[in-house]
Design a protein around this ligand. Structure first.
Ligand code: NAD
Length: 294
């Protein structure tokens, strides 16, 4: 292998993203703490590592796709982590959705060790990751490093936005997810009201599509998941709650209140505390219907 590339974190998103890189002809060393997540990639030619250190040792590029800030800090900066074993000049690209303050800390620690850090969180859903149709929000001004990762991004997705300096990718992602999830909660409530009023949902969808009220949550996410009876978890309520928490923390840090988003956050928190944590975020409709007794 002329160039070693490692991919760490092979969950609902990471596994199909890594699979697309492999299918499109680039070798990867992969690692996940859950060995079952690595197995399907063996058949696509991946080398399976036994630890973060084994995956990252000697790599020129390490990609992380992990649940939340503590996991990313541990994997990159922890003892025996990526930063301990990757040589200066190496590129660390975190694609997880984490706290921007965490991104800033990790980026600074990487820079202090001569590593280039890129934040490249992922837009769209699991289904898009499976089809190689993800969208990426890239932070980082190092053009050479961007050109080094671009062929990998091209294999995983269709759309790349360079958002600005390091940390601007994750900030863009949080603002966008704040809007998505707040609208998802309003959509769940609107559809519950419609059901209670005895309206035909297919008719409402058509009306909604022809007005300025049209929204991707109703027209695509809810339509293809909860309204189609597909309850397979993609983006879970647990992760959605995490993203809204991060957005509200970011707002708090710049001293602004976001009252409508805070209300959506509270509902997601209640759903998560019930038995909705592991469900797809479009199950917010089921939760709203439960509350309304529909
Ligand atoms: P997931 O929980 O399905 O996957 C995370 C994976 O990381 C798991 O396989 C887990 O075993 C592994 N992991 C945890 N700790 C580890 C460690 N120390 N070392 C190696 N592996 C470890 O999560 P996901 O849905 O794939 O999401 C990943 C990130 O992408 C999250 O930050 C999420 O918010 C974001 N995201 C998710 C979606 C979505 O639709 N699911 C979309 C865009 C962005």
């Amino acid at each position: 292998m002329s160039r070693k590339i490692a991919f760490i974190g092979l969950g609902a998103m990471g596994q199909p993203m890594a699979a697309n890189i492999l299918r499109k002809g680039t070798e990867l060393v992969v690692f996940d703490t859950n060995p079952a997540r690595m197995e399907p990639l063996r058949d696509l030619g991946a080398t399976l590592a036994a630890s973060v250190a084994e995956a990252a040792e000697g790599a020129q590029i390490v990609i992380t796709m992990l649940p939340a800030t503590p996991h990313v800090e541990q994997v990159i900066l922890g003892e025996g982590g990526v930063a301990d074993v990757i040589a200066p000049g190496g590129i660390v690209m975190d694609m997880s959705t984490i706290a921007p303050t965490g991104t800033d800390r990790i980026a600074a620690a990487c820079a202090a060790r001569g590593l280039v850090f890129i934040d490249a969180p992922v837009g769209r859903l699991v289904i898009h990751a499976q089809r190689g149709e993800s969208l990426f929000m890239v932070g980082g001004e190092n053009d050479q490093a961007f050109e080094a990762v671009r062929p990998l991004l091209d294999k995983m997705g269709t759309t790349i936005h360079r958002c600005g300096p390091t940390g601007s990718g994750i900030r863009t992602k949080l603002v966008n997810n704040f809007m998505i999830l707040s609208i998802a909660q309003i959509t769940a409530e609107g559809l519950t009201l419609a059901a209670k009023l005895g309206l035909d949902i297919a008719m409402l969808k058509e009306v909604n599509a022809g007005t300025s009220g049209t929204n991707g949550q109703f027209q695509f996410n809810f339509a293809t998941k909860v309204l189609a009876g597909d309850t397979t978890p993609g983006f879970t309520i647990d992760l959605a709650h995490k993203d809204l928490t991060l957005a509200l923390e970011a707002a708090n840090a710049v001293r602004i209140g976001l009252p409508a988003g805070a209300a959506a956050h509270a509902v997601l928190g209640q759903a998560r505390a019930g038995d909705y944590a592991g469900k797809d975020f479009t199950a917010l409709l089921d939760y709203a219907a439960d509350l309304a007794g529909v």
